[in-house]
Design a binder for this molecule. Structure first.
Ligand SMILES: Cc1ncc(COP(=O)(O)O)c(C=O)c1O
Length: 311
C-alpha cells in the first residue's frame, strides 16, 4: 500500500513500550549493469525472525518468502537508485498495560536512500557518557525498538558536543560499538573488533567485513575486548553497518587516529565492499539478490504464495 496509507493507532503497544523488532537492509543500484542488488536479505530476515523470537513476536512467513515480498516491493516501486528496506514487527494491541499478548503485526517499507553519514573525509567520533545497554536488561543483539533510546541518547549527546558519531562503552568499560554500527580497529598489524558477547549487535556488515578482510587482504580478524585508551593509540578505526557502510574515523575524542588521515586498510575494505555490493566481484555474488533479472524465479513463487496467504 502507499506509505501515507500505512497507519498505526495511538494506543499501539509498541509505540508506548518499544515492543517492536526491526531490520535494515540495503539494495545498491549498479548503473553499468542496470541492476538493483539487495544485500544479504536472507541473513537479514533470518536475524529478524530470531530477534522477533526474543520478544515472542510471530512473523508468519519464512525468510525465503520475505525475500520474495521484498523483491516484489522493489519491482512495484521500479526503483533505479539505492534503496533502504525497513522491516518492522511489533506488538499491535491497542490498549493500556505493558504485559504483551499475541497480537502482532508487521510491515516492510522500502525507500530511496543515500548516505547515512557523510564520511568521505573521515569522521570525528566521541565516546558517549551513556553506557551500552546490558544483555540482561535489553539485548543489544536484538534490534528492539525500545533499545534504540540508548542509541538516540548517545547520538544526541555527542552531536551536540560537536562530534559526528558516538562510540559506546559497555558496562565493563570496554568499547562496544557505535550508535547504529559496529566498530573495527587496526592495531599492531591486526584487525580487531569486539566479540559478540560485548553487548553489540551482531552486524551483517561486520560479518561481511570479516570475510572480505580474510579473503581480500589476508587479514584474520581478532574478536576481543577493546579498552577505551586503545582507541587513542590505534592505527585505524572505522564503523560498519548497513546504513553507514564502512565509515572511517580520523579523530576520536579530539585526538587524531594516527596521522588523522583515512588509513589504507579502511580504504581497501571500502573499495572491496563497494565492488562486492554492486555485483562486481564474482566471489560475493552469493550475498546479492538481483531485483530485475530472472523475473520467473523461485522468489516470485514465494511472492505469489505470500499474497495468497495474505489475501
Ligand atoms: C546498534 C547497531 N550496531 C550495529 C549495526 C550494524 O548492523 P548491520 O551491519 O547488520 O546493519 C546496527 C545497524 O543495524 C545497529 O543498529
Amino acid at each position: 500500500m502507499p506509505l501515507r496509507e500505512a497507519r498505526v493507532g495511538i494506543l499501539t503497544h509498541a509505540l508506548h513500550y518499544g515492543t517492536g523488532v526491526f531490520e535494515g537492509i540495503r539494495a545498491h543500484w549498479d548503473e553499468p549493469a542496470q541492476e538493483l542488488f539487495i544485500m544479504r536479505p536472507q541473513e537479514h530476515y533470518e536475524r529478524w525472525k530470531q530477534n522477533c523470537g526474543i520478544l515472542r513476536i510471530d512473523v508468519p512467513f519464512s525468510p525465503e518468502q520475505l525475500c520474495g515480498i521484498t523483491l516484489e516491493l522493489m519491482r512495484r516501486n521500479a526503483f533505479r537508485t539505492n534503496v533502504y528496506v525497513r522491516p518492522i514487527a511489533y506488538k499491535s494491541a491497542e490498549r493500556i498495560g505493558v504485559a504483551t499478548d499475541d497480537q502482532d503485526a508487521w510491515a516492510v517499507v522500502a525507500l530511496p536512500f543515500g548516505d547515512y553519514l557523510h564520511s568521505e573525509k573521515g569522521l570525528h567520533a566521541g565516546v558517549s557518557s551513556w553506557r551500552r545497554i546490558e544483555d540482561n536488561a535489553i539485548p543489544a543483539r536484538a534490534k528492539i525498538c525500545g533499545a534504540y533510546v540508548n542509541s538516540a541518547l548517545a547520538s544526541d549527546e555527542v552531536r551536540r558536543n560537536g562530534f559526528d558519531e558516538a562510540i559506546f562503552l559497555n558496562q565493563n568499560g570496554h568499547v562496544a560499538e557505535g550508535a547504529t554500527c559496529n566498530i573495527f580497529m587496526v592495531r599492531k598489524g591486526k584487525l580487531i573488533t569486539p566479540s559478540v558477547t560485548e553487548n553489540v549487535l551482531e552486524g551483517i556488515t561486520r560479518d561481511s567485513i570479516i570475510e572480505l578482510a580474510h579473503r581480500e587482504l589476508s587479514m584474520q580478524v581478532v574478536e576481543r575486548p577493546i579498552g577505551r585508551s586503545e582507541l587513542y593509540q590505534c592505527d585505524e578505526l572505522f564503523l560498519t553497518g548497513t546504513a553507514v557502510g564502512i565509515a572511517p574515523i580520523v579523530r576520536v575524542d579530539h585526538r587524531p587516529v594516527r596521522d588523522g588521515a583515512i588509513g589504507p586498510i579502511a580504504r581497501q575494505l571500502q573499495q572491496s565492499y563497494f565492488d562486492a555490493t554492486r555485483g562486481h566481484l564474482r566471489a560475493y555474488r552469493k550475498w546479492l539478490l538481483p531485483v530485475y533479472q530472472g523475473q520467473h524465479s523461485p522468489a516470485m513463487d514465494a511472492i505469489h504464495l505470500a499474497e495468497t496467504s495474505v489475501a
